[in-house]
Design a binder for this molecule. Structure first.
Ligand SMILES: [Zn+2]
Length: 331
């Protein structure tokens, strides 16, 4: 029976179509290589023998010489054996974009998401201006908006939050304090909403663990784009945390990271792209998308001495356990 409200326009916050949402950020603007970079999309690798989930990508970014929309990313991923994706909104514009995408009536069934104030953004909100000097809302207000949007449709994770001591100087006490304050607020949010937490940890291993230990980590805590060594990996899994590996694990200079992967059980391991960044070898530097995950999965299988199909099954099972999703796709 047709609903009497059927002809009413969708509310302004929900787009008519998930596929009409244009990307809000351009990787090119953030990439120091600029015009010298090869922006062509890498060819599709051999599809995986068993499907996995990309548990961290940024669909709000545009990249590449040919613009791909949400539908293109989803379809290419599915063809490569990546049948579900979690897209992460990490600055306020991306946070709102991600919430709108997930609220769209035609959002692909294989798509879920998460939002948070990224640690580097936390420092900017505390300062009150972005990189170009434009006014930003305060940190408390930004976290309040994230908290509201996390209660909307399709949100299954709080992230990415954590600490980034790479882009914040040691001497900038105010920025460091803002990151810690924001991280703690997101830990509390994950616990309140009973959602997993995705951690961004850049050059901050020790301090991230210290904050988690002090406040009590959410039951499902994920180190997104894990970047530690074997010893740190052991410390994380001993606490019950999960490690998500990105294309960085395929990089030539990443022996430490591969040592970390070899150290832990696949029951604690997940795979991600962090697309459009961190494109796996041999396409490093070119645009990244979920369809390139087979290259990273091949490395995960090799390093752990596991047959590829078995590695895919194990990594997928870990991902389903952490996100309690996708129930319907579970084997
Ligand atoms: Zn990311």
């Amino acid at each position: 029976m047709p609903s009497p409200h059927e002809t009413e326009p969708a509310p302004a916050s929900a787009p008519a179509s998930a596929h009409a949402l244009a990307p809000v950020r351009d990787r090119e603007a953030l990439d120091p290589r600029g015009a010298k970079r090869d922006r062509s999309w890498p060819p599709a690798p051999e599809p995986l023998p068993y499907p996995v989930i990309d548990n961290h990508c940024h669909l709000d970014f545009s990249d590449g010489d040919e613009e791909l929309g949400v539908r293109d990313h989803v379809e290419r991923a599915a063809a490569a054996g990546v049948d579900a994706q979690i897209t992460i909104g990490s600055d306020l514009e991306a946070v709102r974009w991600t919430a709108a995408l997930l609220a769209a009536p035609d959002r692909p069934e294989s798509l879920r998401g998460g939002v948070a104030v990224h640690p580097n953004e936390a420092a900017l909100h505390a300062r009150g201006t972005d990189h170009d000097g434009n006014a930003l809302i305060g940190l408390d207000e930004a976290i309040a908006e994230v908290s509201t949007l996390l209660r909307g449709p399709g949100m299954i994770v709080v992230g990415e939050t954590g600490l980034d001591w790479f882009r914040t100087s040691r001497g900038d006490e105010r920025a460091r304090a803002a990151q810690i304050e924001s991280f703690r607020a997101h830990i509390a949010l994950a616990k309140e909403l009973d959602l997993p937490l995705q951690i961004h940890d850049r050059d901050a291993h020790r301090d991230v663990l210290e904050v988690l230990d002090a406040d009590g980590a959410p039951e499902r805590t994920v180190f997104h784009c894990f970047s530690g060594d074997a010893e740190f990996a052991r410390e994380c899994v001993d606490r019950g945390h999960y490690l998500s590996f990105a294309g960085t694990v395929t990089f030539k200079n990443a022996d430490g990271l591969r040592g970390a992967l070899a150290e832990v059980d696949l029951g604690r391991v997940m795979v991600e792209t962090d697309a459009p960044f961190l494109t796996p070898v041999p396409y490093r530097g070119r645009p990244n998308s979920s369809y390139l995950i087979p290259l990273t999965m091949a490395t995960i299988a090799e390093v752990t001495g596991t047959e590829l199909e078995h590695a895919c099954r194990a990594v997928r099972a870990t991902t389903e356990e952490v996100y309690a999703w996708p129930e319907a796709l579970a084997a």
